[in-house]
Design a protein around this ligand. Sequence first.
Ligand code: NAG
Ligand code: NAG
Ligand code: NAG
Ligand code: NAG
Ligand code: NAG
Ligand code: NAG
Ligand code: NAG
Length: 359
Amino acid sequence: MQFFSWFLSVSFLSVLLGSVHASESSQVITPKVVVVTLFEPERNAWLDKMSFAQNISLPGGSPLFPYVNCDKAGDVCLITTGEGEINAAATLTAFLYNSRFDLRKSYFVVNGIAGINPHAGTVGSVSFTRYAIQLGLQYGLDSREIPKGWKYDFWNYGTTKPGEYPAYFYGTEVFEVNTNLREKVLDLVKNVKLDDSNVTMANRANYSYAPANQPPTIFKGDVMTSDLYYTGKTFGQMATNLTQVLTNGTGHYAMTAQEDNAVLETLVRAHKAGYADYGRAILYRTASDFDRAPPHMDDYEYFEMINNLSGLSKPSENNLYLVGSKIVRAIVYNWSREWEKGVAPQSDNAYGDVWGTLR
Ligand SMILES: *[C@@H]1O[C@H](CO)[C@@H](O)[C@H](O)[C@H]1NC(C)=O
Ligand SMILES: *[C@@H]1O[C@H](CO)[C@@H](O)[C@H](O)[C@H]1NC(C)=O
Ligand SMILES: *[C@@H]1O[C@H](CO)[C@@H](O)[C@H](O)[C@H]1NC(C)=O
Ligand SMILES: *[C@@H]1O[C@H](CO)[C@@H](O)[C@H](O)[C@H]1NC(C)=O
Ligand SMILES: *[C@@H]1O[C@H](CO)[C@@H](O)[C@H](O)[C@H]1NC(C)=O
Ligand SMILES: *[C@@H]1O[C@H](CO)[C@@H](O)[C@H](O)[C@H]1NC(C)=O
Ligand SMILES: *[C@@H]1O[C@H](CO)[C@@H](O)[C@H](O)[C@H]1NC(C)=O
């Protein structure tokens, strides 16, 4: 009996030692920054400029992007989720709970190209997000069948017409990020000289009003997440209205996206579970095109025209790295002095998800 238990514990120990030995070549990576991109052009904006010595396969990752790329020191990793809300949530969930990574102190620099509201900015501009709003969680009716007088085809759960505050939530409709971190990061990037081109300049000239017809800037704006790739004036106005309604008038619709609420939901859950710090999420979008035609143009024809324009999105892709590399460098170089301890978030009711999971 005695001998048997001794034998058991020795063999248990050797299994343990064996596994420690085997994992030497696969040490846990503790990135200071995780750059999160959604699809190929955004990924390439980073890959073209940075070299990644370690490519780590990610079980459960996107079939299109099966590796997490990390630099030699393991300070910076790049992940690409695949497009749309489902891909973003599934990929990041696989990443956040993978034992090869310790992400508890990692900053998540989430960045992608986007459509822009011409009343908020212009092509090439960069918007740092406070609120991410989800469009899809509403009732909908085709405009040929909506009651007379309705401006939009969508209305919130538990309500009877467009523009009312929802009676209940699914939980992913509204996120507010750490606005203290947003301020700190905006201060870092405020002097970045944005890329621009003659193609974007010509496109801007279609609009007779500012800020659409002005040079690109870095500004504060909110993002509308929608799997549906919408375009046009009515959708744009609806996005503004939904943002206003869901944030009690404090949000400003600026950018379109197909992933951001999914990304933030995975971070809220990972935070709750002790695997990540939601307060270290930084979101920015760079505008590749306008979300609607100028007043004098047909929305469908305009959409077709800009989809056929070559080079329109190039400045927005370049601006992802121009802005983001400043943030990444600052975090890595000044890690122990400034960043390791984190940036305390604001203490308002909207921080995190709409249910107050992090309060
Ligand atoms: C890692 O993957 C990137 C992107 O596919 C590639 O450019 C790079 O050469 C790879 N690095 C290594 C060490 O295999
Ligand atoms: C949102 O749209 C509805 C319906 O058109 C309107 O009644 C409401 O005033 C709008 N709210 C805001 C804040 O724009
Ligand atoms: C932009 O410049 C390129 C080369 O400099 C030229 O080929 C192209 O026609 C120009 N496009 C516009 C819209 O001016
Ligand atoms: C509108 O935009 C297109 C595409 O960028 C451009 O070719 C055209 O010259 C612009 N028209 C005006 C009036 O600015
Ligand atoms: C809007 O008001 C509701 C009801 O008072 C509150 O629960 C919610 O947190 C507010 N949302 C934001 C974004 O301030
Ligand atoms: C866009 O490109 C497609 C395919 O190249 C072409 O069939 C279509 O006529 C173009 N549309 C416009 C508005 O230029
Ligand atoms: C690190 O912090 C110092 C002091 O705030 C600042 O001057 C420097 O630019 C920072 N380094 C980077 C790479 O941002």
